[in-house]
Write a new protein. Structure first.
Length: 466
């Protein structure tokens, strides 16, 4: 088997990358060692920035239809409701033209993956299930991945999106540095349950002298609840249906028989870890293969999808656009600092040091200090090169509609700019909220270049293969 890009892992990261490459005409093969998609709800929170990414990838309507808003928390004690608990700071409530998706959206991970797979197949892409990568070799021309079946895949580049225990990361010798966020083991399960309403996220605090926390969250778009339980350090977590039922009965007013079905269960110990590098030659790391988060902040899946979004256009530019391969060096430069910062955030949320709010929405993340960013204005306004390009309206055109697709967009240049190819969409102005200037928006929705006039934009475009 041969491909331009081999993507190892069909989780949200690998599927999002497959979609981005497919729409750029890049021959990508996604391989997955399992026989099907991941079956659990684990990464259920989709942050506002990821909703914008999904808008661009063409899956937002399906994601909206598959999920719903987060319910308000309800605290219980001895079978009585004590009161509500707001999981998110009021910063989540603001909405304006520049931020059309201000709130987090809940979709079980298994359903997100179904949506992404359907979009990938719609674009002509595919996933080869039951293909486990057991070895990787590379040379000056490409990568050869050896599969457990005895087959091999030859590709010009490979991307490890195969999770926190990434076989590809180990094969290329990249280390991972981390810390234990919480020594207490956790249980997460998808259950069907009676006796609880679906209007609240039900929280059963630890009894005095114990750490036996329990939460049951109704999963939007399904009949399931996600169960999360914390255990004392050193406890062996029982993942059997009977074990899950006993936890519910011991920590709530519900009976074991109220858990009518256990659909999936897993245990984990919260940790935070960051790969020492995000690249080894022609092999790139993305998602959990590059960074592992506590689930408390709802950051892991979102950071992972945005890794794919950053890498996809760069691979496309090199493989199909004629850009110099040095453009790929900017992937690690841009994404590793973001991942490091988000790891600290998710750990802080887990430990109760940080509230879920503006920072967890990921709208403020950007690349101002990166080498690919060029801010040339004498007096930059509110939106600077390296920042996320906000939504807005110019001459009746919504910016996110103008951005949608694999192209670049030039805002604020009146008339045709010499040397700018027709593939770059041009709008005569930028919204007032951007401040004065001309803005070149990258395919991943960040301002790559900004100037007082359009002078200099041609040289910048040449650097990225346009």
């Amino acid at each position: 088997m041969n491909a331009d890009v081999l993507v190892v892992g069909a989780g949200p990261t690998g599927l999002a990358l497959g979609i981005d490459l497919a729409r750029r005409g890049v021959d990508a093969l996604v391989v997955e060692r399992a026989q099907g998609l991941f079956p659990g709800s684990r990464g259920k929170g989709i942050q506002p920035r990821t909703m914008e990414v999904f808008d661009d990838l063409g899956v937002l309507d399906a994601i909206h239809a598959a999920g719903g808003t987060y319910p308000v928390g309800m605290i219980w004690q001895e079978g009585r409701r004590l009161g509500v608990h707001h999981m998110f700071d009021p910063a989540e409530e603001g909405e304006g033209e520049d931020t059309p998706y201000p709130k987090g959206w809940m979709v079980p991970q298994w359903r997100t993956q179904e949506v992404l797979l359907a979009r990938l197949e719609e674009l002509g892409g595919k996933v080869a299930f039951g293909r486990e990568v057991v070895g990787v070799a590379q040379d000056a021309e490409g990568v050869t991945a050896h599969l457990a079946s005895g087959e091999s895949v030859r590709a010009r580049y490979a991307v490890a999106a195969d999770g926190g225990r990434s076989a590809v990361r180990r094969a290329v010798g990249i280390g991972m540095t981390g810390e234990e966020v919480d020594p207490a083991p956790m249980l997460v399960a998808d259950v069907r349950i009676t006796g609880l309403d679906r209007d609240n996220w039900h929280i059963f605090p630890p009894r005095e002298g114990t750490g036996d926390f329990l939460a049951l969250c109704p999963l939007a778009g399904t009949e399931d609840f996600q169960l999360i339980a914390r255990f004392a350090e050193g406890t062996a977590v029982n993942l059997s249906p009977e074990g899950v039922r006993r936890v519910v009965a011991a920590r709530s007013h519900l009976a074991a028989s109220d858990v009518t079905e256990v659909r999936w269960a897993s245990d984990f110990r919260p940790r935070a870890a960051l790969a020492d590098r995000f690249r080894a030659g022609r092999v790139f790391l993305a998602g959990d293969a590059a960074h592992v988060h506590s689930p408390a902040g709802g950051q892991g899946l979102n950071t992972s999808v945005q890794d794919a979004y950053n890498l996809g256009w760069k691979l496309g530019a090199v493989l199909r656009g004629g850009a110099d391969a040095a453009l790929l060096d900017t992937y690690e430069e841009e994404r590793r600092p973001v991942a490091a910062g988000v790891l600290g955030l998710s750990t802080g949320v887990h430990r109760g040091e940080v509230r879920r709010g503006s920072a967890t929405r990921q709208l403020g993340l950007g690349y101002r200090e990166a080498s690919l960013t060029r801010e040339t204005r004498t007096a930059p306004g509110p939106v600077r090169a390296g920042d996320r390009a906000p939504d807005g309206t110019v001459d009746g055109v919504r910016l996110f509609d103008a951005f949608r697709g694999p192209h670049w967009t030039l805002l604020g240049a009146a008339g045709h700019v010499a040397g700018v190819p027709e593939s770059v969409r041009t709008l005569p102005a930028a919204p007032e909220a951007y401040g004065p200037g001309v803005f070149l928006v990258r395919p991943d929705g960040y301002v790559g270049w900004a100037g007082d006039t359009a002078e200099g934009v041609r040289a910048y475009l040449a650097r990225v293969g346009l």
